[in-house]
Design a protein. Structure first.
Length: 217
C-alpha cells in the first residue's frame, strides 16, 4: 500500500533538487508502472504534473478501477497494435520512435501530442531514432496530423556523470535545433544531471514510490 504522505514528502524533495539543479518550469512525471491505482492517486494528490505508464495491459487494468484526475503519459516501448487499446487514455505519447507507430497513432488518435524518442547512447537495449533519422520521422508524424511537442531520451545505463552529460546535452541540442519546447530526460538516478543539462520534464518512479516489482506484459 502506498503511503500518500510519504509520496508527497518525496515529491517536495524532488522539486527542491530540481530547483537546486537550476531547473525552472520542469514538469514532474511520476512513473507508476507496476504500482497499483493508489500510486496514481497519491501522485495526483501530491500535484505531480502527470503519471507515466509503461505497459498497455497494466494501464488498461488501472483505468477499469477509475483513473485519478491527472494526465497519463505512455513512456514505455510502444507497439503499434496497442495504440488502438490505449487511444483516449493518453495525454502524451512519449516514446514514439518508428514509422509504424506514427502511422497507427495517426489512424487511431488523430491530433495526438507526442514526443519522439531519440537514441543518445547507442545502447542496443534502448529505443529511439538516431539523430540523422529525426527529421524524417518528425515530418511523417506531422503529415499524419500528430503534434510533435518535443523529444525524449533515456540516459546511459552506467549513469556516469560524464556519459549522462553527453547524452542529455545531445538531446537538448536537438530540441533547440528543432525549435521544440519539451525536452524529456532524466529519471530517478540521473534527473539532477538532466535538469542541469536543460531538461524540461523528468520521469521519476522509485524516487517517489520506492523499489518496484518487475513486471512484463
Amino acid at each position: 500500500m502506498i503511503d500518500a504522505n510519504a509520496v508527497a514528502d518525496r515529491v517536495a524533495h524532488v522539486r527542491s533538487v530540481i530547483n537546486e539543479a537550476g531547473g525552472t518550469d520542469v514538469s514532474l512525471v511520476a512513473v507508476t508502472k507496476s504500482f497499483g491505482i493508489d500510486a496514481l492517486r497519491a501522485a495526483s494528490t501530491a500535484k505531480c504534473d502527470a503519471v507515466g505508464e509503461n505497459y498497455a495491459q497494466e494501464l488498461l487494468e488501472k483505468t477499469a478501477e477509475g483513473m485519478p484526475l491527472i494526465d497519463v503519459h505512455f513512456i514505455g516501448a510502444l507497439q503499434s497494435n496497442k495504440v488502438r487499446l490505449l487511444a483516449g487514455h493518453i495525454a502524451l505519447w512519449q516514446s514514439v520512435d518508428r514509422e509504424s507507430v506514427v502511422d497507427e497513432l495517426g489512424r487511431r488518435s488523430p491530433g495526438a501530442s507526442i514526443l519522439i524518442q531519440v537514441d543518445t547512447t547507442g545502447e542496443p537495449s534502448k529505443g529511439g531514432v538516431t539523430p540523422p533519422q529525426l527529421d524524417a520521422l518528425r515530418a511523417r508524424a506531422e503529415s499524419r496530423g500528430l503534434i510533435v511537442k518535443g523529444l525524449m531520451t533515456i540516459g546511459p545505463t552506467d549513469g556516469m556523470q560524464e556519459e549522462c552529460e553527453k547524452s542529455f546535452g545531445m538531446l537538448r541540442h536537438l530540441v533547440n535545433e528543432q525549435g521544440l519546447s519539451v525536452c524529456s530526460m532524466g529519471m530517478s538516478a540521473d534527473y539532477p544531471i538532466a535538469v542541469a543539462c536543460g531538461s524540461t520534464m523528468v520521469r521519476v518512479g522509485s524516487g517517489l514510490f520506492g523499489d518496484r516489482v518487475r513486471v512484463t506484459n
